[in-house]
Design a protein. Structure first.
Length: 207
């Protein structure tokens, strides 16, 4: 791709570093911004800079937040007796979009994957154990993508919580095995949340 301006080229290169954005799409975005008023472009860039500089992670659940405790954890109407374990912040957003869950969350920040160098110690698993030891949750819902890594992670967490009297369930397999939770449509995800199963029915064979 030939550029008549090094400024345009630099901007295109930066946009193309984003996931799912190729050079052509990046060029369209840059040219779109070029047509906007400078004040609008400044507002766009400032919102990104402010987001990156000021974003926080909830001390309780590790979800993104404007404050030290996120809006979900601070909401007195949420069910404190239910804790939903998810891989990422995107999964929180996906489940919230179904409007079928009213409990709390715990974001792991990834899944156990030895081949990728991701072990239990690099995830928010110990904080989950500590959290459950400090308050009496009645149900822990494993809303983790149904993959080998997801089942391995769920199995590991289940073993770590054997000493606690908490019911552990998992979302039903309306989400296809090998699929990513964030890409499931809201109806399928909602049914999976509502039709959850005891965790041993799913991960008992994982080694």
């Amino acid at each position: 791709m030939n550029f008549s301006s090094s400024l345009i080229e630099d901007a295109v290169n930066e946009f193309s570093r984003l996931p799912g954005i190729g050079k052509k799409t990046a060029m369209r975005l840059v040219l779109h911004l070029l047509k906007q008023e400078p004040s609008e472009v400044n507002k766009f860039s400032q919102s990104l800079s402010r987001m990156r500089a000021e974003i926080k992670y909830c001390l309780d659940c590790h979800n993104v937040s404007d404050k030290t405790i996120c809006n979900i954890c601070a909401d007195s109407t949420r069910k404190k007796s239910q804790l939903c374990v998810v891989e990422s912040i995107r999964d929180v957003m996906a489940i919230e979009g179904t409007q079928q869950y009213s409990g709390l969350y715990h974001v792991l920040g990834g899944l156990i994957s030895p081949l990728d160098g991701i072990g239990p110690e690099t995830l928010n698993i110990q904080s989950l154990v500590t959290r459950l030891e400090q308050f009496n949750a009645e149900e822990l819902i494993m809303a983790i993508s149904p993959t080998i890594e997801g089942d391995t992670t769920a199995y590991y967490i289940t073993k770590k919580l054997k000493h606690l009297p908490v019911k552990i369930t998992t979302i039903s397999r309306g989400v296809a095995f090998g699929g990513e939770l964030e890409y499931a449509d809201e109806l399928t995800l909602a049914r999976s949340i509502l039709s959850r199963l005891p965790i041993e029915h799913v991960v008992s064979g994982t080694s």
